[in-house]
Ligand binder design. Sequence first.
Ligand code: GAF
Length: 392
Amino acid sequence: MTEPGTPAGAVAERATAGFRGRYGAEPAGRWAAPGRANLIGEHTDYNDGFVLPFALPLRTVVAAAPQDGERWAVWSELADSPVEFGAAEADQPGGVTGWAGYVAGVVWALRAAGHRVPGGRLAIASDVPVGSGLSSSAAIEAATLAALVDLGGLDLTDDRRPRLAQRAENEYVGAPTGIMDQSAVIRCRAGHALFLDCRTESVEQIPFDLDAAGLAVLVIDSRAPHRHADGEYASRRKSCERAAELLGVTALRDVSPAELDAALDRLDDEEMRRRVRHVVTEDQRVLDTVALLRAGRIRDIGPLLTASHASMRDDFEITVPEIDTAVEAALAAGAYGARMTGGGFGGCVLALVDADAADPVAAAVTAAYAERGFPAPAHVTVLPTGGAHRLP
Ligand code: GAF
C-alpha cells in the first residue's frame, strides 16, 4: 500500500492502457469500485446483525466495451494470462476459477436473475491489495457489475446490486460470505460510514468526517499469511447458525444483550458460548458506535473499537499474533482505539488516530514487528470515500 491512497486517476489510466494494449481499441467506459474497511461489526452480517463499514480510497477500475455474442474476455494487470469464457462456463457455478471467477460470477448472477447481459471485453487494474481483508473480490464484483449494467442498459438499482454480487461470491465462487462487503463497496458515501442492517438491508449514512475532526484512520496491513481462513470462516458461520437453532431464534441478531446470560446458560458447549457472546456484544457495539457518531463524538468510539478487538481475539478467536501486536502497539502509541478489520486470520488492523499522529503510530507498529521478528507491515492513512460508480 502507498501513502495516502492512490488517486483514482492513476489506476484508471492503467485499466485504460491495459484495455488498449490487450484489445487494440478504446474502452466504452470505465467503472471504479473501492475496497472497504469495516469500522466495527465483525462476523455479524451473516447473523442478520449490524455492520458499519466505509469505502477506502483504494480502487479497482474496470475498463470495458461490449462485444457481439455471449462471450466475455477479461484481462487483469495482476494476472499472468487473460481469461475468456462463454455462456456455458458462465452458467455453470465454478465454471471459471481464480480471479476471473468473480467476473464470471457476476455474469452468472445477472443471467440467473433474468437480465440480458451483453458480451464484453474487460480490463482490470487495482490498488486494493489482494488477500489483505479489504474486499478486493467485492471491488471486482461491484466494478464489473456497474460496467455490465451500464453497457447492457440493465434495470438494476444500487440497493439491489449487493445481493446479486453476494450471490456471485456465494454460489458461483463458493465462498459463504455475508452481505457486508458488497454493500459497502456499492452503497458507501464519501465522508460517511454505512450503517447497514443486514436483515432488512436498510442503510443509513452516518457522518464520519475524520478530516473535520483532525482525525484519520490508519490501516495497517499485517502481511500475516492467511492461515486456513476459508475453513475457519465457514466453521464460525456454522457454529453461529447451530447456536441460533439451539436457542430457537432465526439468527443470533434475535438475542438481545439483556437475554445473553440466559441464552448462554442454555448452551452446553463452551466454545459455542464464546462465539455467541461475540456476536451479541458486537451488534451492541455497532449500535453504540452509531449513537456516538450521530452525536459527533468520533474520538469516543475508540474504546468500542478496542473492545471489539478483544472480543474477536478472546471469544471469536479469529486474530493472529501479528494482528494483536499491531493493535497493542498502536494503542500504546496513543491511538484512540484499534481493531482488526475484516474476516480475520491475518489481514488489516485499523487504528483511530489524530491526523498528525498517524506516522508515529505507524512507526511504533513497525518497531514492534521488528522486535517480534515479523516481516515489516504496510500502512496507509485513509478517509472515507464513495462506492462504485462510472468514471467521467
Ligand atoms: C468477510 C466476509 F466477506 C463478510 O461477509 C463478513 O462476514 C466479514 O468477513 C466479517 O465481518 O469480509
